[in-house]
Design a protein around this ligand. Structure first.
Ligand SMILES: NC(=O)c1ccc[n+]([C@@H]2O[C@H](COP(=O)([O-])OP(=O)(O)OC[C@H]3O[C@@H](n4cnc5c(N)ncnc54)[C@H](O)[C@@H]3O)[C@@H](O)[C@H]2O)c1
Length: 440
């Protein structure tokens, strides 16, 4: 059993911290936000992630999981410190690692015995060396420490499953001692035959960006295929299904939509592109994926504008789904933000509904009306736009939707509504890459 601290208790820190405490280790989840820590101490989970509340409660009750905003104390008590703070997009498109740097400083100042410092945040290649330098600079007593990079691959919405049953664990290290300690942390997974990949620190940092950028590239690719399907009368759902059946391609991340969003792909692709340019190795594929994604979001706005006769002015548009994907309350870089902005700018009125993310979006848009059900949100609407593929939208009664609306107009950016049903109910509609019948 190890004593472990996670610094940064957001989507990654909380899920990984709770997950590792579930392996039997004693874990402190620390955060600079006292509000967040207070909520957690009161048994409330500040984010929505399926299964997280239960996992946290189970491990708190077992006396293995604790919360604090006292970073110094948490660092001193631990054998292993995970850095899981945010690394948002900076002004120059590169990742902003200021939080990582300030955490490195506090760790250096509070090194009271040998510890392994592990970066889980997604950081530009080369950050490991910088973190080590900062720790050393503030480590007055020159207490020895180990450093590893352990990028995280979980997806919001299925984060617990992804963390507890990962495809692989990547540990970048420069010495055996710290790698062996990390192997012990993940031992329960290792016993279950999960491959642990031991690489150099820079390689581990590179793996994370290369993997995320590739997935974003795949989404931009299928979005462009969908757009061409529209022009040629082909059905993208059949195309992606057949492509996905090819083992070399895989069916994952082959669903066309309104453009990728979320807390990772947009910022990680930009950071990766910035890193490649800085190193004189411009990655044209990634630059193209970023550009294609920008156009996909614009394309969705054009689609809804053309469905409402080219003018949003005074039209009521209902936006269903605000989070960047289902099963999360995360709206960071969600395509729905671009959609709402465009409707607002064009003088339209937005009525929005999301099963979980209304509160997150309220912080961003006050001039939007929020509702507690899709039925309320769609009442008297001149058009409805589905932005997130929540299950409850898949099963929406199209007949009932028509009755509620002022005009039966629908843009399905996630291809979840049967075209047959839309036709039967005489909807004026559009979607992404399906001009003919659907493959549902
Ligand atoms: N969200 C994901 O799906 C995901 C998946 C894999 C990797 N990542 C990466 O993991 C990192 C964290 O992402 P996240 O989504 O959990 O972010 P988040 O914004 O949800 O959480 C970050 C937390 O760090 C805290 N924090 C910031 N500065 C701090 C400091 N100086 N000291 C202590 N706490 C501090 C914040 O208060 C916040 O609670 C990022 O680098 C991200 O790219 C995220």
């Amino acid at each position: 059993m190890k004593n472990i601290t996670f610094i940064g208790s957001g989507y990654v820190g909380l899920v990984s911290g709770a997950g590792i405490s579930d392996f039997g280790h004693k874990v402190i989840c620390a955060d600079i936000s006292e509000e967040k820590i207070q909520l957690l101490k009161n048994g409330k989970v500040p984010i929505y992630e399926p299964g997280l509340t239960e996992l946290i409660k189970k491990n708190v009750d077992a006396g293995r999981l604790f919360f604090t905003s006292d970073l110094k104390k948490a660092i001193k008590k631990s054998d292993i410190i995970f850095i899981a703070v945010g690394t948002p997009q900076g002004e120059d498109r590169a990742a902003d690692i200021s939080s990582v740097k300030s955490v490195a400083k506090i760790i250096g100042e509070n090194l009271n015995k040998y510890k392994v410092i592990c970066t889980k945040s997604t950081v530009p290649v080369g950050t490991g060396e910088l973190v080590k330098k900062i720790i050393n600079k503030h480590n007055d007593k020159q207490t020895p420490f180990g450093y590893v990079s352990n990028p995280e691959f979980l997806r919001e919405g299925s984060a617990i499953k992804d963390f507890l049953w990962p495809d692989r664990i990547v540990i970048g290290s420069d010495n055996k001692k710290s790698f062996d300690i990390m192997k012990e942390v993940y031992n329960p997974l290792y016993i279950n035959d999960k491959p642990i990949l031991n690489t150099s620190i820079v390689t581990a940092e590179m793996i994370k960006y290369a993997a995320n950028a590739f997935l974003a590239l795949k989404i931009s690719y299928i979005n462009e295929v969908a757009n061409l399907c529209e022009a040629l009368g082909a059905n993208v759902q059949d195309v992606s299904k057949a492509m996905g059946q090819d083992g070399r391609i895989s069916s994952k991340f082959l669903h066309p939509g309104p453009g990728y969003g979320g807390s990772c792909f947009p910022k990680d692709t930009k950071a990766f592109a910035a890193l490649s340019r800085k190193n004189g190795q411009k990655m044209q594929t990634i630059e193209a994926a970023i550009e294609a994604n920008k156009h996909q979001k614009i394309r969705m706005v054009k689609k809804i504008r053309s469905l409402v006769d080219g003018d949003f002015s005074k039209k009521i548009i209902s936006v269903l789904g605000l989070s960047f994907k289902p099963n999360t309350d995360d709206i960071r870089d969600s395509a729905s933000i671009d959609m709402i902005n465009a409707i607002n700018d064009g003088g339209g009125l937005v009525r929005a509904y999301d099963p979980i993310a209304n509160d997150s979006m309220k912080k961003l848009f006050r001039n939007v009306e929020y509702f507690e059900s899709w039925e309320e949100a769609c009442k008297d609407a001149d058009a409805v736009v589905i932005m997130t593929e929540w299950n409850e939208f898949r099963s929406m009664s199209i007949q009932k939707l028509k009755q509620l609306m002022n005009k039966p107009v629908l843009l399905d950016t996630r291809n979840i509504i049967s075209i047959q049903k839309l036709k039967e109910n005489e909807f004026y509609y559009d979607n992404v890459g399906r001009v003919s019948d659907d493959a549902n």
